[in-house]
Write a protein that binds this ligand. Structure first.
Ligand code: ADP
Ligand code: MG
Length: 728
């Protein structure tokens, strides 16, 4: 066994069992490190408090004097908590978060030292961020970018640093991050949904999109993870024969959480609670060493920030507990990968969930309005929604018979399908009194009862209605939720605007009553969005064929999925909804294409190291041992050796064949990589990596895994699946 593998296994076994400390009320820790409403009331003047609240509610600007006051109070609070630095915390297009710390410490002209932090530092900063991907925006326009305070997401203290959530934009105003477009999309859906919600309740003044994410992840012992160059460099195993037992017995799912893991979780939850992340659910997932964590849902912008923060905190706490947390969508072949379901709904400032049916027919009509409009929006923009969850790592998962396919469809269950079928039969124009009574009492009026016993769930659907919310299931575990949330909220906003226009027209021109107008428009939507509804097995081949007949897109790879971003329809959508300009959309497409190529390129390079420096040398060493043995037998037994050495000779030959093949495939892959890399066009390059380089990976892997089975265990250099995957 290689020394590295041996030492890693020894170290992982020696990890002391940490006692679990789970005492104490979590509610007392909640938001301890957040400059939330309670702290604002305590630290801000009334003017400043009102101004920040107004900015959160209506997006109004905070003037400089007030910003100075807020900064002064934040500083006082942060310093009282032992904080020494502050940072603008932002989300560049890398998908992760970025921060650059500055000390409060400063010198006055007379040489005195002081802790300083003013409105200017709070509101705007100019990080030297020229190395972040910008898709050329900063080359075309201004070289610099700046970060600007987002008051809708409260500042928080992490370690000894005050973190201020910010957007990251160029000097000419183009968004260089994932947060700015999300905020614009949330504004769009707020305006559109508020206007429609007013049909049913005049008091509604604001609608917030909500998000409850469910984060799946793997935990691997740190020493073991570090013994594998592929895990460290790419976040996944590129080779590795499956363990004799993995998830076939379903004995991990919802099983007893191993004590070492529980201790980590408990620490993590405490830290999250202090940071205001309302962590609620924890459990074992399907694959060995796979877990899930879910919070109570929140307003979408805050929830996105909290998910990004969680991933960061999780990595740090995992390290403290001798683990590495893997967020890659497919770290291990042959067992389930990880996703991040995005539960989404729309909630009014009056506390009503617009995707939740109510106790009266009118409330249910409101529910149906938002429900059917969402279906219609997804039907129109299914391909765009698919593009928002595309990434090199998520490509391994979508459609791999464990996660929803790359075809978008909506599952609503048989009972709600029945309701939509009945509504479809509603006659056009004015409704007779009998029709109205029938509809209101027997169709719409029955919805809450239906939902109560609506237990049918379909895990194979990428977009499912789950009682009072929709759940996007194809989102990858590593992805910034801002991306799918931006698209979903934009398309729903666009759809609600169209709906309102049509319904208003019927009310004004055709003199229909409000409910009649709503019924009429919804009926048309039910008819025209039928193809997106599918309740069957999303993993089946028949669905793939059926989806093709329905003309639904089926983009299996990232380069294919990204194409739609710059279609005329997509560009128009983002422009009219004021979410992104053409330049901003194109920039994102470029950044994503480039990231894709880099990911495949890095994996290709790691394969080279694995094959040449680890796998082939181990195989040759073992082959030499066998050859020594055969030579010895020949020496002793003469011509009779053949009978005795048949097995050895067989293995020697098999190893030789695999070495020849793995070397050949690796060299061809390297040539393909060089060719792809020489292409200048980002689109062509991504397609070349996808179609010409990536297919070699599976072939190389199959020879490596075959060799792993042949070579003596002691000689195999790479920590095996059965060693990596079972935490004790
Ligand atoms: P399941 O695994 O059965 O889908 P979980 O309890 O793991 O359920 O996760 C459900 C998630 O849905 C939680 O994060 C929860 O907060 C969220 N959720 C519930 N209601 C809403 C809603 N109205 N809007 C957004 N998210 C919601
Ligand atoms: Mg769940």
């Amino acid at each position: 066994m290689s020394k590295l593998r041996f030492d890693a296994i020894k170290e992982s076994h020696s990890r002391s069992k940490i006692e679990i400390e789970e005492k104490g009320r979590r509610s007392e820790l909640y938001c301890m490190n957040v400059f939330n409403d309670e702290k604002m009331l305590q630290y801000l003047t009334k003017d400043a408090y009102d101004s920040v609240k107004d900015a959160i509610f209506s997006g109004s600007k905070i003037d400089r004097k007030i910003a100075d006051q807020v900064a002064e109070s934040m500083k006082a609070w942060a310093i009282s908590m032992g904080t020494t630095h502050y940072t603008h915390w932002f989300q560049p297009l890398t998908g992760a978060t970025a921060e650059k710390h500055d000390a409060f410490f400063d010198l006055l002209p007379d040489g005195r030292a002081l802790e300083m932090f003013g409105g200017r530092q709070l509101v705007q900063q100019e990080p030297d961020a020229s190395s972040f991907p910008s898709g050329g925006i900063r080359n075309t326009f201004e070289a610099r970018g700046y970060t600007a305070w987002d008051p809708t997401s409260p500042a928080f203290i992490y370690g000894t640093t005050l973190c201020i959530p910010t957007v990251f934009v160029s000097y000419t105003g183009e968004a260089l991050d994932n947060k700015a477009p999300l905020l614009r999309a949330l504004h769009a859906v707020d305006e559109a949904a508020t206007a429609v919600a007013k049909y049913f309740d005049k008091n509604v003044a604001k609608v917030n999109a909500t998000l409850g994410w469910e984060q799946e992840y793997f935990l691997i012992d740190k020493a073991l993870a570090h013994s594998r160059p592929d895990i460290i460099m790419t976040g996944r195993t590129l080779v590795g024969h499956s363990a004799q037992k993995d998830q076939q017995l379903d004995d991990h799912y919802f099983g007893v959480i191993p004590s070492r893991v529980l201790s980590f979780m408990s620490d993590l939850e405490k830290e999250c609670t202090k940071l205001g992340i309302p962590v609620k659910t924890r459990h074992n997932e399907v694959a060995p060493n796979q877990f899930e964590l879910a919070p109570v849902f929140e307003e979408a912008n805050l929830a996105v920030d909290h998910n990004l923060l969680l991933m960061d905190v999780m990595e740090k706490i995992a390290d403290k507990h001798g683990f590495v947390a893997l967020f890659h969508e497919k770290p291990f072949a042959g067992i389930n990968g990880s996703g991040k379901h995005n539960n989404w709904s729309l909630v009014t400032n009056t506390g009503i969930n617009l995707l939740s049916p109510g106790s009266t027919p009118m409330k249910n009509l409101r529910f149906l309005t938002f429900f059917i409009n969402t279906i219609k929006a997804v039907d129109t923009y299914e391909e765009l929604l698919r593009s928002s969850i595309a990434s090199a790592s998520n490509d391994h998962r979508l459609g791999a018979n464990e996660a929803p396919p790359s075809i978008m469809s909506i599952f609503i269950g048989t009972q709600l399908s029945g309701v939509l079928d009945e509504l479809e039969g509603v006659s056009q124009g004015k409704l007779s009194p009998e029709e109205k009574t029938e509809l209101k009492l027997n169709v719409v009026g029955k919805i809450p009862e239906i939902l109560l016993d609506n237990t049918d769930r379909n895990r194979t659907s990428p977009f499912a209605f789950t009682g009072n919310r929709f759940e996007i299931r194809g989102v990858g575990s590593k992805i910034n939720c801002a991306k799918p949330m931006t698209v979903l909220n934009t398309i729903v906003a666009k759809q609600l605007l169209a709906f309102k226009k049509e319904a208003d027209l019927l009310i004004e021109k055709k003199k229909l009553k409000k409910d009649e107008a709503v019924f009429n428009v919804l009926r048309e939507y039910i008819k025209t969005s039928k193809r997106i509804r599918f309740d069957g097995d999303g993993y089946s081949e028949e669905w793939e064929k059926e989806a093709k007949r329905r003309k639904l897109s089926n983009n299996k790879t990232t380069p294919e999925a990204l194409k739609v971003l710059t279609s005329k329809e997509s560009l128009d959508l983002f422009k009219t909804m004021k979410v992104m300009s053409e330049v901003e959309v194109k920039a994102r497409q470029d950044v994503e294409l480039e990231a894709y190529s880099f990911h495949v390129q890095i994996e290709g390079r790691v394969f080279n190291e694995l094959v040449y420096n680890h796998i082939i040398p181990a195989a040759i060493t073992y082959q030499n041992q066998l050859m020594q043995n055969v030579k010895g037998l020949k020496e002793i037994y003469g011509a009779a050796y053949k009978k005795l050495a048949e097995g050895q000779l067989n293995i020697i030959e098999s190893i030789g064949e695999h070495i020849t093949e793995i070397k050949k495939k690796t060299d061809h892959m390297t040539q393909a990589r060089k060719k792809s890399n020489s292409l200048l066009d980002l689109n062509k390059k991504a397609f070349a990596y996808c179609n010409d380089v990536k297919p070699y990976f599976e072939e190389i892997r199959s020879h490596s895994d075959a060799l792993e089975k042949l070579v003596e265990d002691q000689l195999w250099p790479l920590t095996k699946y059965r060693e990596l995957l079972f935490v004790k």
